[in-house]
Design a protein around this ligand. Structure first.
Ligand code: OAD
Length: 258
């Protein structure tokens, strides 16, 4: 199948499915300027996850961990949703039955949902994602159950300058899921329910190396429902995809979903 025929086949599969599960990863934000994790340009090439993205790393050196998240926060704040995020948001606002599950912590899906809703004069909620790995634009307390929106710049020059909980004074941490931590249960339950009901699945910009995220797409395939993959590189899903669209999210999603 050439690219045009594959695109048309994927369009029909997604249009005919009453309920679609969409799973996204770092690749959908790559064209916005947010680095991915794996591959030659990925964050895990220059940084070790065990130094920066584990509860043990935070307990050992919260200053270093906050410095890294502060840097990523600044990077993300300077980025904008790209054509891929926007095409997906418009598609979700224009039809029923789509559940978006993201591994991304960059809040670009949320920003795209608000942009698309403003353009259409509607409510962004149907285009908001289920966030499996939390949000870089939120904080939560390391001691009590305080959590809040918060993406102010972080002064990570010393432990004493790190953000503190307004309720109990303990250190605040980024509200993201680190290696070895459990995912937020409500997000997992909603993603699991969507995977059990979906009539088709669209996977965009994820290598498929991390569970349980990858498993939601695989569960749809196990139920013999079609899978469409959009990614310029190889992924763990390629062998099970009904259609693989090799290309970037910003180039492929507008014609696929528009
Ligand atoms: P990865 O870095 O593992 O995979 C990114 C995928 O995006 C790869 O398959 C790339 O080929 C693809 N890609 C690159 N540019 C793209 C583009 N312009 N359009 C579409 N796709 C593109 O990132 P994730 O799969 O998201 O977890 O990683 C999953 C999790 O591993 C992350 O949430 C993070 C990480 O460790 C935590 O921090 C808990």
């Amino acid at each position: 199948m050439d690219h045009a025929a594959a695109l048309e086949r994927a369009r029909v599969l997604l249009a005919e499915a009453p309920r679609v599960l969409v799973l996204t990863g770092a690749g959908i934000s790559a064209e916005s300027g947010v680095p991915t994790f794996r591959g030659p340009e990925g964050l895990w090439k220059d940084f070790r996850p065990e130094d920066l993205a584990t509860p043990e790393a935070f307990a050992r050196d919260p200053r270093l961990v906050w410095e890294w998240y502060g840097w990523r926060r600044g990077l993300v704040a300077a980025c904008a949703p790209n054509a891929g995020h926007l095409a997906l948001a418009h598609w979700m606002l224009g039809r029923a039955g789509v559940t978006l599950v993201t591994q991304n912590v960059d809040a670009l899906h949320e920003r795209a949902a608000r942009t698309a809703a403003t353009a259409r004069g509607g409510d962004p909620s149907p285009a908001l994602p289920i966030r499996l790995h939390g949000s870089i634009a939120r904080v939560r307390c390391t001691r009590c159950d305080h959590g809040a929106e918060g993406d102010d710049p972080v002064d990570a020059t010393a432990r004493e300058t790190l953000p503190a909980c307004p309720a109990c004074g303990a250190l605040l941490r980024p509200d993201v899921v680190w290696f070895g931590e459990a995912l937020p249960l409500p997000a997992m339950q909603r993603a699991d329910a969507a995977a059990r009901e979906a009539d088709a699945c669209l996977v965009v910009g994820t290598a498929g190396a991390v569970q349980p995220a990858a498993g939601y797409a695989m569960a749809v395939v196990r139920r013999r429902r079609p899978l469409v993959v959009v990614d310029p590189g190889p992924t763990a899903f390629d062998g099970m995809a009904e259609v693989k669209l090799t290309g970037s999210a910003g180039a492929v999603l507008p014609p696929l979903l528009g």
